[in-house]
Design a protein around this ligand. Structure first.
Ligand code: FDA
Length: 308
């Protein structure tokens, strides 16, 4: 399975395949399980439906690795419109952004000023900006940018970051982020990283996830536990209960289209749940990472392919 995972992640960077799928009717049919739609209105409609079930959302305008500052500003404009729509509709929603979409590869300063602008807007409208974590070459710069924005008194608490349990460094990153009061989303990690820097085995990643999750919950800062792994969810619920930590002090997060049964169960049990809702035309890399996480999804893909 690790080979299939690596292959699918490698294919997520394949430009001809990306062009083909993003522009074909077949692609639109395949992506509908994981993507809300191509337009901002689609995302808002899904957000409303998810909110009606008592589940909050974080909205992701799909796109990564822009090639110019103009594209980065255009991507940021979509998020500004989203923040206005969230405020206007009083949705229980915030936004998730990727630094490669905000131009970090063109200029880290550009990405920082764009994300700071989004954090200001989010702060003014009672929302929040989560900076997703991408490949390990961007881990340090992502943490640095989030730290500097969080350190501005007027933006404290308006921005948070993501930590990947597969990285060895994450333990010390979590310690530092907790000390600084920065909100963390903990996930396992969706990219292909070398064993010099990341745990190669799933069982090791799971052990680290549990340990980091406990540290985050114990901190009593409002963090997010992002996983569909039922045994980790159960272990962290038990940990919080044993320490009498109010379930309102943290949230579970899951991806749109994945484990809706578990999302509903957690809501019924009184936990906070937020679903990550992606939308937009540039959906191919995101979609391929979802296949890599669970190669059984290829069967679902094949069924739709042969039905076309
Ligand atoms: P694991 O992969 O062990 O799966 C546990 C079970 O969940 C599976 O057995 C299956 O039942 C179900 N499942 C998991 N993935 C599925 C899928 N794609 N389709 C169907 N079922 C699936 N990563 C990253 O590197 N940077 C980031 O910023 C984020 N952000 C993020 C936000 C949110 C809200 C979530 C939930 C996840 C992320 N991720 C991420 C992705 C994360 O790193 C990881 O790749 C996936 O969550 C899959 O890992 P699980 O923790 O679900 O466990």
């Amino acid at each position: 399975m690790p080979i299939l995972r690596s292959t699918l992640i490698a294919l997520s960077h394949n430009r001809p395949l990306r062009r083909f799928f993003e522009n074909s009717r077949l692609g639109a049919r395949l992506n509908s399980r994981f993507i809300a739609g191509t337009k901002l209105e689609d995302a808002l409609r899904v957000a409303e439906a998810v909110n009606r079930q008592g589940i909050a959302v974080t909205l992701d305008s799909l796109g990564e690795s822009v090639t110019s500052s103009t594209e980065a500003h255009r991507a940021a404009d979509v998020y500004h419109r989203l923040l206005d729509s969230i405020a206007g509709s009083r949705s229980s929603a915030n936004i998730s952004v990727k630094l490669t979409q905000m131009g970090v590869e063109q200029s880290p300063d550009l990405a920082e000023s764009i994300v700071a602008g989004l954090a200001e807007h989010a702060h003014a409208t009672g929302s929040f900006v989560r900076v997703d974590m991408e490949e390990s070459r961007l881990t340090q710069i992502t943490l640095d940018i989030v730290r500097r924005i969080h350190a501005r008194a007027a933006l404290r608490g308006a921005v948070g970051v993501v930590i990947q349990a597969y990285l060895y460094r994450s333990h010390s990153d979590v310690e530092q982020l907790i000390a600084e009061g920065i909100r963390v989303r903990l996930c396992k990690g969706a990219y292909d990283e070398p064993l010099e820097i990341a745990f190669p085995r799933k069982s090791q990643v799971d052990v680290n996830f549990l340990q980091l999750g406990k540290m985050l919950i114990d901190s009593r800062i409002y963090h997010a536990i992002a996983t569909h792994d039922e045994s980790l969810v159960a272990a962290l619920k038990a940990h919080a209960a044993a320490r009498a930590i109010d379930p309102a002090r943290f949230e579970f997060q899951m991806l749109y289209g994945v484990r809706r049964d578990l999302q509903r169960r957690l809501i019924n049990e009184g936990y906070n749940v937020r679903v990550y809702v992606p939308f937009g035309t540039e959906w191919y890399p995101y979609f391929m990472r979802r296949l890599a996480e669970r190669p059984a999804n290829l069967l679902f893909l094949a069924r739709n392919f042969f039905r076309s």
